[in-house]
Design a binder for this molecule. Structure first.
Ligand SMILES: [Zn+2]
Length: 303
């Protein structure tokens, strides 16, 4: 019988669960209880810790602080830095809940600034400009630490240097950093319209490709979308079309290319079979009169 507390087994359980919060947290608790027996440089341990830190939105902040500390010990400095950059990029792409303060994520962002990780600069600037406080302020301070200045022109110039992925809007990015570093005094008698505008701006995700971020891999996107589905108390392993439990993919009802968001209401879980039968084109989904095409390979009308 296999020992279910071995790191390799714990990692397999996490992967089999589709990265369920609960399974990740149980695995980290098991690692914590077996701290003395862990081998140094164990890839499986690092992978479990990585999965935990990437589970943005799970509320287990105390356990995550333990994970952060463990990463410093179990991972090489290069591995740790890569995980921090990954966490930052997921954050920059994720809806942020204003009621949470994200202490662990802020600690990660601060580490990137303290370590002077230049490749994190664009994503840090994106996060700073999203006006989700206090996270955005921590990100803006990390930008200033890496650039070595709080001056907006210095930050713009640094974002333009060609050793960074090309940021198409460095002025806009540095403007966002400035806003987060030096917030204007807000009027207490702000109109409800102004407040609504502010909320819309916070929830709108920036054009990340334009900001020079690496394109998201399919695996990372699936993991991130499954976490959003779980965060909305839905099961990312149950097909939303045929109700089967099993390996599934998360897709968008309205595709991002047509303005569809990553909010839970726009996400649909599909098993492999239903995903395969999904009409790929409008012509496949509808007949000439615009009615759903009964002869189409798929009966789903996500268009
Ligand atoms: Zn299905």
């Amino acid at each position: 019988m296999s020992d279910l507390t071995r790191p390799a087994e714990l990692r397999r359980l996490i992967e089999d669960s589709g990265h369920a919060f609960g399974v990740i947290e149980k695995a980290v608790e098991t690692l914590r209880d077996r701290l003395e027996t862990l081998e140094p440089d164990d890839e499986d341990v690092v992978e479990i810790l990585r999965a935990h830190l990437l589970a943005i939105g799970s509320p287990s902040d105390v356990l995550k602080l333990f994970t952060l500390e463990m990463i410093e010990r179990a991972a090489t400095p290069e591995q740790a830095e890569a995980i921090y950059v990954e966490v930052l990029e997921v954050l920059a792409r994720s809806p942020i809940r204003p009621e949470r303060t994200y202490p662990v994520e802020r600690a990660v962002v601060k580490k990137l600034g303290d370590k002077g990780v230049e490749r994190a600069l664009s994503a840090l600037a994106v996060l700073a400009g999203r006006e989700v406080y206090p996270l955005s302020r921590t990100a803006a301070r990390a930008v200033a630490a890496i650039v070595g200045s709080t001056d907006q022109d210095a930050i713009t110039d640094r974002l333009k240097r060609d050793d960074l992925p090309e940021a198409s809007a460095p002025d806009e990015l540095s403007e966002g950093v400035k806003r987060a570093l030096f917030p204007q005094k807000r009027s207490s008698t702000k109109s409800s319209q102004a407040r609504r505008r502010e909320l819309t701006r916070q929830n709108a995700l920036p054009d990340l490709a334009a900001a020079g971020l690496r394109p998201e891999t399919d695996r990372a996107r699936q993991q991130r979308l499954k976490l959003i589905v779980r965060g909305a108390d839905r099961d990312p392993k149950r097909c939303g079309n045929c109700d089967q439990l099993g390996p599934a993919r998360v897709g968008h009802m309205v595709p991002p290319s047509r303005g569809g968001t990553d909010l839970p209401g726009n996400l649909v879980v599909l098993c492999r079979e239903c995903f395969r039968r999904l009409p790929r084109t409008r012509a496949e989904a509808f007949d000439e009169e615009g009615a759903p095409n009964a002869a189409a390979p798929g009966q789903l009308s996500l268009f």
